[in-house]
Design a protein around this ligand. Structure first.
Ligand SMILES: NC(=O)c1ccc[n+]([C@@H]2O[C@H](COP(=O)([O-])OP(=O)(O)OC[C@H]3O[C@@H](n4cnc5c(N)ncnc54)[C@H](OP(=O)(O)O)[C@@H]3O)[C@@H](O)[C@H]2O)c1
Length: 285
């Protein structure tokens, strides 16, 4: 019997991974859902999953959380700037627990990406290499939810504003990436594995066209020079550092960092990733 731990199990992604493991026949007693806020994973406990507390910033919680676990899915945390030491603590605890494999949710082409959050993913990937525990990198492109969660705003304003130019995003719904993570957890494979994961690529102009098709509205994409976009975001209430961060993300889209022609996601899912129009339709409904 093999035991699977999913960290960040109180979050949307982790919860979905645990559900997928259960759906694929893994027994609840073989799954450890590690959560900083265990109460948020109470429904999983109700389904027989072992829910254990684990905070990436409190290493004393991590060894007990991962005791007896064979495979660990480390889901990247949400506290920007703190994630390399946090993730390193999880990797160390997994190693101490004798885990045979660590899977990590990284970013597309983390080694070369200019995305402002890629540095922390690179740092974590280095910590994995240093640990000498076999690893699987799930280098995810953007969740389509990064855009579809703003659908109401796009519709209200009649436009998507950005500075991504003609850059494309190989997006897929969070659930597709989560299912792929569950499949990768269950798969047998030797050595270190790297998956570049993305769905069908779309530019923000194509996103706007898809929204028009699905909603029957006239939403357009308005591309701004980066300095104008920083100013627009500041006028909308963002502080300068946050505005520059948002613009740097669009600059990385413009540079092609979130686009891939890899079919790794299709292979793990065993089907094509969810089309953008379906994701927009689901958000619109
Ligand atoms: N590829 C993309 O487009 C994209 C988009 C958004 C996020 N992400 C990344 O993917 C991760 C999972 O996404 P998601 O949708 O599940 O995000 P989410 O719903 O916001 O969940 C984030 C999870 O991280 C946990 N977490 C944060 N800091 C922690 C800490 N110090 N110790 C333990 N757990 C901690 C949270 O625990 P609590 O429940 O206790 O807060 C929560 O379970 C995010 O954390 C982020 O790194 C990627």
């Amino acid at each position: 019997m093999r035991t699977y731990a999913v960290t960040g199990a109180s979050g949307n992604f982790g919860h979905r991974v645990v559900e997928e493991l259960l759906a694929r026949g893994v027994r609840g007693t073989e799954i450890v859902a590690v959560a900083r806020t265990p109460a948020k994973a109470a429904d999983l406990a109700g389904r027989g999953v072992l829910v254990r507390p684990g905070d990436y910033s409190r290493s004393e919680t991590l060894v007990p959380a991962l005791t007896g676990v064979d495979r660990v899915l480390l889901i990247s945390g949400s506290e920007l700037g703190q994630r390399v030491p946090q993730h390193t603590a999880v990797i160390q605890a997994a190693k101490n627990a004798g885990a045979e494999r660590i899977l990590y949710t990284s970013i597309l082409r983390a080694d070369t990406s200019s995305n402002p959050i890629a540095g922390e993913h690179r740092g974590t990937e280095t910590a994995l290499r240093t640990s000498a525990v076999p690893f699987t990198l799930l280098r995810n492109s953007w969740y389509t939810e990064n855009y579809t969660d703003r659908l109401a705003m796009y519709l209200q304003r009649g436009e998507i504003v950005g500075a991504a130019g003609a850059g494309k995003v190989s997006g897929a719904p969070r659930a597709d990436f989560a299912v792929a993570a569950a499949v990768a957890m269950l798969a047998d494979g030797e050595g270190n594995l790297v998956y570049e994961l993305g769905g069908p690529a779309f530019s923000l102009e194509e996103l706007a066209a898809t929204i028009r098709e699905v909603t029957g509205t006239t939403v357009v994409y308005r591309d701004l020079p980066t300095s104008d976009y920083v100013t627009a975001l500041q006028h909308a209430g963002l502080d300068e550092a946050t505005a520059e961060f948002v613009v740097a993300i669009d600059a990385s889209v413009a540079a092609g960092d979130l686009e891939t022609d890899s079919d790794d996601l299709t292979k793990l899912l065993g089907r094509p990733p969810t089309p953008l129009a379906d994701a927009v339709r689901a958000a619109y409904a």
